[in-house]
Design a protein around this ligand. Sequence first.
Ligand SMILES: *Cc1c(COP(=O)(O)O)cnc(C)c1O
Length: 376
Amino acid sequence: MGGPVVEEFEREFAAFCGASHCVGVASGTDAVRFALTAAGVKPGDVVVTVPHTFIATTEAISQAGARPDFVDIDERTYCMDVTKLQQYLERECSIDPRSQRLIHRKLKAPVTAVVPVHIYGQVADMDGILDLARKYNLLVIEDACQAHGAEYFSKKENAWKKVGSMGRAAAFSFYPGKNLGACGEAGAVTTNDESMARSMRMLRDHGQARKYYHDIEGYNGRLDAMQAGFLTVKLRHLADWNRQRQQAARFYDEMLSPLDGVGRPYCPEWVRAVYHLYVVRVQDRDGLQKRLTDSGIGTGIHYPVPLHLQEAYRHLGYAAGSFPVSEKVAAEILSLPMYPQLGEDQIRRVTQVMSESHSSLHVAIPSAQPQPAAQV
Ligand SMILES: *Cc1c(COP(=O)(O)O)cnc(C)c1O
């Protein structure tokens, strides 16, 4: 199929993530989709994720034939709020006595999977999510498209776990801007489940295990050998690049700590985040972004409109106020420059402009002021 170059990358990336299998695919979107389908998500199922993510997460859920549904995020980590997930499962779903399946009462459809998103290089609270998944018999597919190499301390296992080794499977994107980026589109799924890996190898290649013998209808979703070659070379630097990002984040934290009203990224002691993005929160986000733009500093907003308020998801029937934390966060976040080669002088320049804007921006502390990421 992909040949030896793809296989070499798959072996090395699986080892990097602490997973037994890696299946290279054409994009992160395909990775989420194939993982859901191979795990057994069926058309008509409900798959639960967060509104505070890139639309690819929910596109992949829809492409797998399922209906995306949402629970809100934790205001400090920006990842799925485990308590909200628990409330969703307890209050909006019930076990059908005949089939023993978990059914969403209003949607009258089975809830079969959860997709936590490790946003910005942070890690969702996986112990809590996996506990609930066990209790309610749900598949967990990690969206690790922004978190290559991030680690989570599992209290249950008393061990640090790499992102990509905790759920039934995990999806990665190697889009050029990610922590590990190809020269074009690429992605991968990691899993410890051999039969799932086998079915994803079929799905990515027109449903064939042998050329022109198609057991199922699949997709054109293979990882290109040229991209795999680039990725194998770049993978050797990923741990170093992540360390450089962590160093830059620490320096940002230090420089921003005197600025009241600037919410810095929260990094709990149970996470080693990899800072795909360094995201701050201020009340006058648009004002601050303009000041930085005027000084020649490029910033981003990831993401300005939560998914439940996007035109594309109008049919899901949500409105402003449905997921208040995601909505509040979306209005206040700003992604500052972040990449491995970002130097202290550059960070000083960014934070200098921010402190000059400070008094005129009337930035106010967000209600849950995040703690500095001191213990990265
Ligand atoms: C980038 C990204 C994806 C999709 O990856 P592509 O390779 O662009 O298809 C999915 N989820 C999240 C959270 C992402 O950031």
